[in-house]
Write a protein that binds this ligand. Structure first.
Ligand code: UTP
Length: 409
């Protein structure tokens, strides 16, 4: 653990000395907790709140075509064979990104514990494991299954899985690892205090997953076991196919460096990131960065040129991830509601945004890859995200889509 002096120096370098303002009032345990948090947190990005023009600008965006459903259907058996062979050789692992806070869903439990059942309990995690089991049965072997949590939801996630006997998955094939946290600041770039002995912090976005995996010693394990491809996916899409052999096979067949499952957007301004090229390299343009020109651009078929949205289901090559691990990913400074402790000691849960969180995103990793195959999936069959309680991308809409796919809830 760092000393008080080291903590003071680290904070001073980032203009955050106020985090030690209650030091004299703290117990021994509280002091230790604060020092250990200061030791672990990275404050180096906070200055970008003031120096945003130092963040890299976006490159030139041009279209990137997808492998569409008709082509996939034609070559499905061939792709599937290739993918299943890679899975049977132990070359493919699944990585569930479950470190998010799920604030929009508004449950205190980790999102994976949310019950979407109607007549009987069906937990989000259960759906993900059941989807993976389809491939396990087809391939005749379990797929290494990594789960990223955050310090806020780790213990609850691990005990939930244990309690439910891993929903029938082989526990030997499951590994948990925890992602890093990032400080949360006010509009002047000063960290909020959550308690007198605790800086307000939250998970640092889903982009740090591979670095966190490496820190946990799991990249060594991947290499030892000959895993070459990692299929990363979000916790909230209860219809997604995991380690989908057809997707894996298509990426292998195309000799692409990575792959991204995409859906045809319902309208050019749908709120999903769209696959594109940025300065000639694969990339994803966020919906809020779509200019009127990009929104109205057409391809040679007359379709919208940025017609395919990502669904957070990617395939990356382990060796490429190691190569780019130390490259700085784009930093996202996101306005959020940050609960904090006011100077009078009361705890405030703000109704409106009151500052910034810092995140790195997995979608920016795609830009580090030499190529990426956008692989179209039928959104009615593979895209049922649960972000909100009601309305768009909600428990209600996901239940309806599950029903259409014959899943009894
Ligand atoms: P979202 O962008 O939906 O964020 O995450 P969230 O934190 O889950 O939900 P809100 O915005 O607070 O309502 C997309 C995926 O990335 C994971 C989430 O668990 C989800 O699978 N994620 C997100 C992480 O693993 N870590 C993070 O720091 C953020």
């Amino acid at each position: 653990m760092i000393t008080y002096e080291q903590a003071r120096e680290k904070l001073a370098a980032a203009g955050q000395e106020h985090a030690l303002q209650y030091w004299d009032e703290l117990t021994k345990e509280e002091r230790e907790a604060l020092l250990s948090q200061i030791g672990a947190l990275d404050f180096s990005m906070i200055h970008y709140v003031k120096d945003r023009d130092e963040l890299p600008a976006r490159g030139k965006i041009t279209p990137l075509g997808a492998m569409e459903l008709s082509e996939i259907e034609e070559k499905k058996e061939h792709f599937k064979e290739l993918g299943l062979a890679a899975i049977r050789q132990g070359k493919v692992a699944a990585v569930l990104l479950a470190g998010g806070m799920g604030t929009r869903l508004g449950s205190d439990n980790p999102k994976c514990m949310y019950d979407i059942g109607i007549t009987h309990p069906v937990f989000i995690m259960q759906r993900l494991i059941e989807n993976t089991m389809d491939v396990v049965r087809e391939a005749g072997c379990f797929i290494p299954f990594y789960i990223m949590t955050s310090e806020k939801n780790h213990d609850a996630t691990v005990s939930f899985m244990k309690e439910h006997n891993y929903f029938g998955y082989d526990p030997e094939k499951i590994r948990f690892f925890t992602q890093d946290m990032a400080p949360a600041v006010d509009y002047d770039g000063k960290v909020y205090m959550e308690e007198k002995y605790r800086i307000a912090s939250s998970p640092n976005g889903n982009g740090g997953w591979f670095t966190s995996m490496a820190k946990a010693g799991l990249v060594d394990e991947l290499k030892k076991n000959g895993v070459e491809w990692l299929n990363c996916f979000a916790v909230d899409n209860v219809l997604q196919r995991i380690a989908d052999p057809v997707f894996v096979g298509a990426v292998l067949d195309r000799k692409a460096a990575s792959g991204a499952k995409v859906v045809r957007k319902v309208s050019p301004d749908e709120k999903v990131g769209a696959m594109c090229l940025e300065d000639g390299k694969p990339s994803i343009v966020e919906y809020y960065d779509m200019t009127p020109e990009l929104l109205s651009a057409k391809n040679e078929k007359g379709d919208p040129a940025y017609n395919f949205g990502v669904i957070l289901n990617y395939l990356f090559r382990e060796a490429d991830l190691e190569k780019v691990m130390n490259e700085k990913l784009m930093l996202h400074i996101v306005e959020k509601k940050i609960p904090y402790m006011a100077p009078d000691g009361t705890h405030v849960k703000p109704e409106k945004p009151n500052g910034y969180k810092f995140e790195q995103l997995i979608l920016d990793m795609v830009h580090e890859m030499d190529s990426c195959l956008p692989f179209e999936v039928d959104r009615e069959k593979e895209f049922a995200p649960i972000k909100n309680r009601t309305g768009i991308d909600s428990v209600e809409s996901a239940r309806a889509l599950c029903g259409k796919c014959g899943i009894v809830l």
